[in-house]
Design a protein around this ligand. Structure first.
Ligand code: NAD
Length: 293
């Protein structure tokens, strides 16, 4: 792999010795990298799309500003360091890798193979997949014992609880290593069983898809669906604002994973969702989705 250098961006002196590589500088890669930097870790983030790699340092800095605004980062926190690359360097030395690329099995399988080659055996490889069973990915990689799932929530700096999914072959050493990384990140892991969508995506994505179908059928406006779900049912942001925050392309991919693996028609992505994705309206990250930003 070609270790193209997009420049180092030392935000401060690292307070810790944990080295983390994050693959994918999209919504979640940036969010997880910001969380890690805020906790004093040495972070290398990679993305094979030059525009994404070029923008990554500024996006991480922006996430850190937002995290400070909402007081998710303590005032006396000592930031770690950040560097950006276009691929995982062959000689990377790190305590764990977090894979946060698009939610399609073929891309993840290819990226996980590259990660295995770069880090060798024994290094925890954490997939941030929302929906693809860990064992399904493990079946395709060279070191299945290195793979486990940690489903970070969005934004990663704000939501301190994460889903943890062990594969059938994940080694005890890798489980312990990933646990140490979660501790360094200040996240509380909840161990759940493997399977499509784990707990959170399986439960929430069907509801979000239904909310979209209600709008599609003309029964209520986007604003009213969110208002009712917030005020009557205590949903934090409303399902359609949540869809925009997730990214409509990622939501459609996750629903497709759930639909294909469960056969449950309620997971088939709503036509309105697919139309928005096709139109390039990917939610908050593209400036337009169910709302405008
Ligand atoms: N968006 C959310 O709210 C959310 C929450 C939890 C988990 N997730 C999961 O996290 C993962 C990432 O989601 P996202 O929302 O950040 O997606 P995204 O589309 O915003 O970002 C994905 C990134 O992966 C990069 N990428 C694609 N192929 C690559 C490759 N071969 N090498 C390196 N980078 C590559 C893309 O350029 C892009 O920047 C997915 O598995 C998703 O299901 C998303």
């Amino acid at each position: 792999m070609r270790p193209d250098d997009h420049g180092d961006s030392a935000l401060n002196q690292p307070s810790d010795n944990v080295r983390l590589t994050v693959v994918g500088a999209g919504v979640m890669g940036v969010s997880i990298a910001a969380l890690a930097v805020s906790r004093g870790l040495h972070v290398t983030v990679t993305d094979n799309e030059p525009a994404k790699a070029d923008a990554a340092a500024a996006k991480v800095a922006q996430e850190l500003r937002l995290a400070k605004l909402v007081r998710a980062i303590p005032d006396d926190a000592v930031a770690g360091s950040l560097r950006v690359r276009s691929s995982v360097p062959e000689d990377v030395a790190c305590d764990a890798v977090i894979e946060a690329v698009v939610e399609t099995k073929d891309v993840k399988t290819k990226v996980l193979a590259e990660i295995c080659e770069a880090v060798g055996p024994g290094v925890p490889i954490i997939t941030n997949t929302s929906s693809i069973p860990v064992d399904e990915l493990a079946a395709e990689v060279r070191y299945p014992e290195s793979l486990l799932g940690v489903h970070f929530m969005n934004p990663a700096y704000l939501i301190a609880t994460v889903e943890v999914i062990h594969g059938a072959r994940t080694s005890e050493q890798v489980k312990a290593g990933a646990g140490a990384v979660l501790e360094a990140l200040g996240r509380k892991g909840v161990l759940v069983g493997d399977g499509p969508g784990f707990v959170t995506s399986r439960v929430s994505h069907r509801m979000i898809n239904d909310a979209i179908k209600v709008v599609e059928e003309g029964r209520a406006s986007v604003e009213d669906v969110d208002l009712l779900m917030q005020d009557c049912l205590g949903h934090r942001t409303g399902p359609l604002r949540t869809a925009d925050l997730i990214g409509l392309d990622n939501l459609a991919d996750s629903l497709t994973v759930l639909h294909e693996r469960t056969g449950d028609e309620s997971f088939r992505p709503a036509d309105l969702l697919l139309a928005k994705v096709a139109a390039g309206e990917h939610g908050r990250k593209s400036g337009r989705g169910f709302y405008s930003y």
